[in-house]
Structures are given as structure tokens and as C-alpha cells.
Design a protein around this ligand. Structure first.
Ligand SMILES: C[S@@+](CC[C@H](N)C(=O)[O-])C[C@H]1O[C@@H](n2cnc3c(N)ncnc32)[C@H](O)[C@@H]1O
Length: 274
């Protein structure tokens, strides 16, 4: 779709963009590469979050059996309804992505609203799907794939490593959006898979990761004790004194996801014994 056609649609429907993370991707080449990366085969159901004026949606509809497009702006929902009227492969959900129930889907392909990237990503990780091709703010994408010990290594990194293999497949400049955002973007490929390390209790592990990264500047022994209101370990000081001393002196950001999982398994076992 040419940029002038996009501008005509925006003008016609009185949409100005810029608010609610509304930056429409108008570069044909990048739209094509995003959809090609999703490797959609017949029979698949694709979820699109924040469908906007339907630039990605149009391409997804060519390949998928069904596209479920979530969009919360009524003006944009009207554009989607007009643009794809009569196409029964499209199901539009008019609502807030954080509140609506996701359908069962095979793949998720989206140029996300950046201000709620974190909430959307954690919501997606609660679902079962084959592949995600997701556009994020570049810094957010870097945090998803950060290395232990780096400033970007965070709760998000560990959750991502637990649920999926993730990689940045494309860096995307501001100028390919209308209106352009203030930040650079990146497309992340998310391939869900079983965790490559053992976790005895998923809920406890995820709570443990959230708790200790809340106190990421503290030594692990202190971050566990100070965030125990989230963990509920009885005799927490005694449990901590029984954990490997060399790990307790490190900060949460220095442990890789497998080491964090091992620690959470140990704590749980000691908590259950006591
Ligand atoms: C970056 S734009 C992407 C638009 C379109 N997919 C494209 O690539 O051109 C993000 C879209 O998410 C929508 N959006 C923002 N917050 C949302 C929310 N909480 N729930 C659903 N959609 C939302 C915006 O209205 C906008 O259409």
C-alpha cells in the first residue's frame, strides 16, 4: 500500500495517529518481510494485535485460514470493517488486548503498541502457540534477548528464555512508519519451546524471578529475604543460609536462567521440607 493511500485512509476516517501508539507501518518491503518470516501455511490461525488500518492484516489474509485481529480504536475498527468487508477469514475483536480473551491461535504477527509491550508479552507467554513475529521498540527487543550480567538482563529476559527461543531478525528505522515514532524498532522472532532447564514448580519459579529482580541491585541473599512477601518461604533466613554461599554473594543479574531455575528448585525443596 502506497504512503499516499495510507494518508488518504487516515484523512478520510479522521485518524491522526501518534496517540495510542498509532504508528502505521507503510513500507511494503518490511511488511512483506514480516509476513514471510511467519512462514504461514494453509490451515493456520493467525492472531494480530493492534491491526490499525490493516496493512499487515491484508497480507496475513492472503496466507492464513483465519486472522483474528484485535484493535481497540473504534475508528480503526471501522476502517478494518470497510476494507475487508465480505472477507469471512477475518474476525475482528474490538477491544483492549489486555482485557479480551485470546482465541486459540497458531501464530501471532503484530506491530505492537509499544507502551504496553511488557503486558502483552507476558500475556502471550500464558498461551500455547507455534511462532510469534513481533515488532517492538528496539530497546525492549534488546532486553528480551540480553545476556546475564548486562544492564538489559531482567525479569523479561528470564521469562523469554523460559518460554521461547527469541532473536532479533530485523532492525527497523523510524521513517518506515506514518507518523514516525520517536524510537527505533526491531522485529523479534519468538519460537515457543519447553524450557531447556528443569523447573519443579513453574508458578513459584516465575514468582521467584519477579521477586528477586525487584531488588536487582542487592545480593541474592538479601533480595530473597526482602522480597519474601511475594514468595512466602517459612524460615526464610534459615533457607537462605542453606543455599550455596558463592551464589548468595552475587546479584540476580549475574545468574543465567538455568542457575536461577536451579536456585528456585532448591528453595522450594527446602521450604517443603521445613
Ligand atoms: C504500532 S500500531 C500498528 C498498526 C498496524 N498494525 C500497522 O502495522 O500499521 C499499534 C496499533 O495498536 C492499537 N492499540 C493500541 N493500544 C491497544 C490496546 N490496548 N488494545 C488493542 N489495540 C491497541 C492502536 O490503535 C494501533 O492501531
Amino acid at each position: 500500500m502506497s504512503i499516499s493511500l495510507v494518508h488518504n485512509i487516515l484523512r478520510h476516517y479522521g485518524i491522526y495517529g501518534g496517540q495510542h501508539d498509532q504508528h502505521f507501518l507503510v513500507d511494503e518491503g518490511i511488511l512483506d518481510r514480516i509476513v514471510e518470516s511467519a512462514d504461514i501455511v494453509p490451515g493456520e490461525v493467525v492472531l494480530e494485535i493492534g491491526a490499525g488500518i490493516g496493512n499487515l492484516t491484508q497480507r496475513l489474509l492472503h496466507l492464513a485460514d483465519k486472522v483474528v485481529a484485535i484493535e481497540f480504536d473504534p475508528k480503526l475498527v471501522a476502517v478494518l470493517e470497510d476494507r475487508f468487508r465480505g472477507n469471512d477469514k477475518l474476525h475482528i475483536i474490538h477491544g483492549d488486548v489486555l482485557k479480551v480473551e485470546f482465541p486459540i491461535f497458531d501464530k501471532v504477527v503484530a506491530n505492537l503498541p509499544y507502551s504496553i509491550s511488557s503486558e502483552i508479552t507476558f500475556k502471550l507467554f500464558k498461551h500455547d502457540f507455534k511462532l510469534g513475529i513481533l515488532m517492538y521498540q528496539y530497546e525492549f527487543a534488546q532486553r528480551m534477548i540480553a545476556k546475564p550480567g548486562s544492564g538489559d538482563y531482567s525479569r523479561l529476559t528470564v521469562n523469554t528464555a523460559y518460554f521461547a527461543d527469541a532473536s532479533i531478525i530485523m532492525k527497523v528505522p523510524k521513517g518506515v512508519f506514518s507518523p514516525p515514532p520517536q524510537v527505533e524498532s526491531a522485529v523479534v522472532k519468538v519460537c515457543p519451546r519447553p524450557a531447556p532447564f528443569t523447573v519443579t514448580d513453574k508458578d513459584f519459579f516465575l514468582r521467584f524471578v519477579t521477586a528477586i529482580f525487584n531488588k536487582r541491585r542487592k545480593k541474592i541473599k538479601n533480595s530473597i529475604v526482602e522480597s519474601n512477601h511475594m514468595l512466602g518461604i517459612s524460615n526464610v533466613k534459615q533457607v537462605v543460609s542453606g543455599l550455596p554461599e558463592e551464589l548468595m554473594e552475587l546479584r540476580p543479574e549475574n545468574l543465567d536462567p538455568a542457575q536461577l531455575a536451579a536456585l528456585s528448585n532448591m528453595i522450594l525443596a527446602m521450604h517443603q521440607e521445613s
